[in-house]
Write a protein that binds this ligand. Structure first.
Ligand SMILES: *[C@@H]1O[C@H](CO)[C@@H](O)[C@H](O)[C@H]1NC(C)=O
Ligand SMILES: *[C@@H]1O[C@H](CO)[C@@H](O)[C@H](O)[C@H]1NC(C)=O
Ligand SMILES: *[C@@H]1O[C@H](CO)[C@@H](O)[C@H](O)[C@H]1NC(C)=O
Ligand SMILES: *[C@@H]1O[C@H](CO)[C@@H](O)[C@H](O)[C@H]1NC(C)=O
Length: 564
């Protein structure tokens, strides 16, 4: 009765309110469960339902917008030092967060970078080969007055034109002699990190290698308007410092603007330093406490960073509209306990251990059909500029100089055949000239045609499955992970390793064990001719002598632009 009275005689407004509130509540429950159901489908196990996005509604708005891009570049990460490669290769390193992200995305397993830090970064930023920028020799050292050529149009510049906010965190290493060389003059809205490379992981002061008298502080918090050197972060481990800055940028983003966040870790570059809690993860599996265990701990710090960042993307409601790219900048350094087994050589060499990279793309935006797949198409670090600008950001590559990179988005997202069939790994005219052996000379004399490339120069080129190395570009050994001394050593085929001309079939012999140059003279000829083609279009290498004006003593104890 009371109910009926309520229905017929009570103030209709209260009843309406009741019905309305109930309906809203049901709708919220339904929508939330639908939301969580969809999301947990392509989410990460450690995020789960309890961490429902704080700003779920903003996701809907963000989805109508261009995808955010989070580019994670890890310094000196060995091919065998990511969890999903490690088990097969006898490495004890485990990276559960990275593995899960990779499993849900597309693993790039025929993906190449350059064998050193600056060269890889220069190609990522410009989509162009080093020979076209005059930076084919070595890298940018603090006191050498050169930088990424100022007439190159950069990836962040193009993304900004396409409407993105652009942020760089971590290691720059593309030169800083002029203010115009700095990241905030090259297309980034903000920069937080080091102008140089390497250095202590807790203290952001460093001296130049071989020049201890050149010593200064190198941590900057820059905008295009203001350069600020910052000292208050000394004592905070770099992976944690950079991650928390990246989280801050994600949290304070403009909701109506997509972001490009480039996080270039200092890990796992020497010096080997890691907080105890990461090293402790390897107490039982790696007994080399001082070195390999610390190196492994440095990788685990990156894994924790990836976990933290993906959580933040999720909590901020942008997970669904973000594309994450993960890449090493070159192979693991054999001098500092990185491991590339079973690939030959490591950082600084043109062998596979130096240039074949750990890489993957992960995002709920990738079609279901490719998520969880392995992509074996040829992809190179110079491909990111056209790929991200054209296919991800919907921009154009007008204004750039002729690109060496290809747009490989169809390859990554649809499994299409890669437009790339060739990679010029490099030609370095300044590296120690190699002796041409009698065998090399005999081979050259017997080629079925003319070629003009001087194989004493250090160079390497990949065409299809074939790779030709010339000069002193190779490393003679394969290093096992120290925690697996029982692995059967890899050896090269008899008498094939010391020649200046080496040819390998990378598909069938990815470990570069058998130099088959003498059995494939037409191929050797063709690849030498391709090298000559590239060499004839190269600009001279610019590698200036060190300039004492760079000395931080002249700049308040800081590494700062010194030529303006
Ligand atoms: C979730 O994933 C399962 C298995 O991959 C699939 O069958 C299902 O359709 C997905 N659900 C949604 C809502 O995407
Ligand atoms: C950097 O600072 C730390 C702490 O003050 C000091 O121990 C270290 O020697 C310094 N390194 C350089 C290269 O100046
Ligand atoms: C990850 O987040 C936890 C919790 O906030 C924090 O303690 C840790 O330092 C973070 N690690 C990294 C590498 O950012
Ligand atoms: C590309 O074209 C757009 C639109 O015409 C223009 O605003 C922009 O400055 C160009 N970019 C470059 C680097 O030339």
């Amino acid at each position: 009765m009371a109910m009926i009275r309520l229905l017929v005689s009570c103030q209709p407004s209260r009843f309406t309110v009741l019905v309305f509130v109930t309906a809203i509540a049901l709708l919220v429950v339904f929508e939330t469960s639908r939301y969580l159901h969809t999301k947990t489908n392509h989410s990460l196990s450690y995020i789960g339902r309890v961490d429902a996005p704080r700003r779920a509604m903003s996701t809907q708005r963000d989805s109508s917008q261009k995808p955010n891009i989070l580019f994670l570049l890890v310094d000196d990460l060995g091919y065998n030092d990511v969890g999903y490669h490690a088990k097969k290769g006898g490495s004890a390193i485990r990276t559960p967060a990275i593995d899960e992200l990779a499993e849900q995305g597309v693993k790039l397993e025929n993906y190449y970078v350059q064998p050193l830090c600056s060269p890889t970064r220069s190609q990522l930023m410009t989509g162009r080969y080093q020979i076209h920028m005059g930076i084919q020799h070595y890298l940018f050292e603090h006191a050498r007055p050169h930088c990424l050529p100022l007439d190159e149009v950069t990836l962040p510049t193009k993304l900004k034109e396409a409407g993105y906010s652009t942020h760089a965190i971590g290691k720059w290493h593309l030169g800083f002699c002029h203010k115009a060389c700095l990241p905030t003059s090259r297309g980034f809205d903000t920069f937080f990190g080091l102008y140089t490379g390497g250095g202590d992981h807790w203290y952001y002061n460093r001296s130049m290698e071989g020049h201890r008298e050149f010593s200064g502080h190198d941590l900057h918090d820059d905008t295009a308007k203001e350069l600020r050197n910052v000292r208050q972060y000394d004592g905070i481990y770099s992976a944690e410092l950079f991650t928390s800055r990246a989280q801050e940028i994600i949290k304070t983003r403009q909701e109506d603007q997509p972001f490009f966040l480039y996080l270039a870790y200092k890990n796992v570059h020497f010096p080997l330093q890691a907080p105890e809690r990461y090293k402790n993860l390897y107490r039982d599996s790696i007994n080399n406490a001082a070195y390999r265990q610390t190196y492994a701990g440095m990788v685990s710090a990156v894994d924790e960073s990836v976990r933290n960042l993906t959580k933040t993307l999720w909590e901020e409601g942008v997970w669904d509209n973000t594309i994450i790219i993960f890449s090493s900048d070159n192979g693991g350094s054999l001098n500092t306990f990185g491991n590339n087994w079973p690939l030959r050589g490591g950082k600084a060499f043109l062998n596979e251990g130096g240039v074949r990279a750990v890489g993957f793309v992960s995002s709920p935006l990738l079609p279901k059909a490719v998520r969880g797949t392995i992509n074996t198409q040829l992809i190179h670090v110079s491909d990111w500029l056209p790929t991200l600008v054209r296919s991800v950001a919907g921009g154009q590559t007008n204004g750039t100089k002729p690109l060496d990179g290809y747009d490989v988005w169809q390859t990554i997202s649809q499994g299409a055949v890669s437009p790339r069939t060739e990679i010029l790994h490099n030609i370095d005219p300044m590296f120690d000239y190699a002796e041409i052996t009698h065998e090399d000379q005999a081979l050259l004399d017997s080629l079925p045609g003319d070629q003009r490339f001087d194989p004493g120069f250090r160079a390497a080129i990949r065409v299809g499955d074939w790779k030709l190395l010339t000069g002193s570009s190779g490393c003679p050994f394969w290093r096992r992970p120290p925690e697996s001394p029982d692995l059967i050593p890899i050896q090269s085929c008899p008498g094939s390793s010391s020649n200046a001309i080496q040819l390998y079939n990378i598909r069938y012999d990815p470990r570069e064990t058998c130099n088959v140059a003498r059995d494939h003279k037409e191929l050797v000829l063709k690849l030498l001719q391709r090298l000559q083609f590239y060499q004839s279009g190269a600009v001279p290498a610019n590698f200036p002598a060190t300039d004492s004006r760079a000395n931080p003593l002249l700049h308040g104890g800081l590494w700062m632009p010194y030529l303006d």
